[in-house]
Design a protein around this ligand. Structure first.
Ligand SMILES: [Zn+2]
Length: 184
């Protein structure tokens, strides 16, 4: 069944990349160089037969967490210079350039191959997603232990938790317990 809170297209790709780890309960989909390679290959971000190193894995996870930070700004978080530096570095290393396709449309494509190129395609997806009207609907769950990227389909963009069934209720229960403890 399709997840109600999932975006599609470039937004969906950005969301899926950020959510390749469940920070709260696991699993980490990018647990080693092989699983990173398989993840990128399955989404057409990496050419087949590329070597993926531990360094690539570290870089890919740094890029992922930088994107998470960027999305956090949609829920009132601030944008950190380190996240921006990581994204700029990934864009530079992949040598992104504007490329006009046979369909007459322009997109950003990396000149670099391997994982550097794959990270360029991820950054290009973020770039394209930012141009979409619904970019601001991609948000992070307010729970500090969760920080799952969810797609806010509420009319006034007011959702704060990934799903009311888990995090929202968990937050409410916690507040209820805190109030009960403090006797307020
Ligand atoms: Zn959550």
């Amino acid at each position: 069944m399709a997840d109600r809170d999932s975006a599609t297209g470039v937004l969906g790709l950005v969301q899926a990349y950020v959510n390749s780890v469940d920070l709260q309960d696991g699993p980490e989909e990018l647990s080693d160089p092989n699983t990173l390679g398989a993840w990128l290959l399955a989404r057409g971000l990496l050419e087949p037969g590329q070597t993926v190193t531990e360094g690539d894995l570290k870089h890919a996870i740094a890029v992922r967490e930088a994107i998470r930070g960027l999305i956090g700004a949609h829920s009132g978080g601030k944008v950190y210079p380190l996240d921006i530096a990581i994204l700029n570095e990934a864009a530079t290393a992949s040598r992104l350039r504007a490329r006009f396709g046979a369909d007459g449309k322009a997109r950003l494509e990396p000149e670099a191959g391997g994982v550097a190129g794959a990270m360029g395609r991820v950054v290009a997806a973020v770039f394209a997603a930012m141009a979409e009207e619904d970019w601001g609907r991609l948000k992070l769950c307010d729970s500090q232990t969760c920080r799952w990227a969810f797609y806010d389909l509420s009319r006034n963009h007011s959702s704060r938790w990934c799903t009311m069934a888990s995090c929202g209720n968990r937050q409410k229960a916690r507040r209820f317990r805190e109030r009960a403890k403090s006797g307020v």
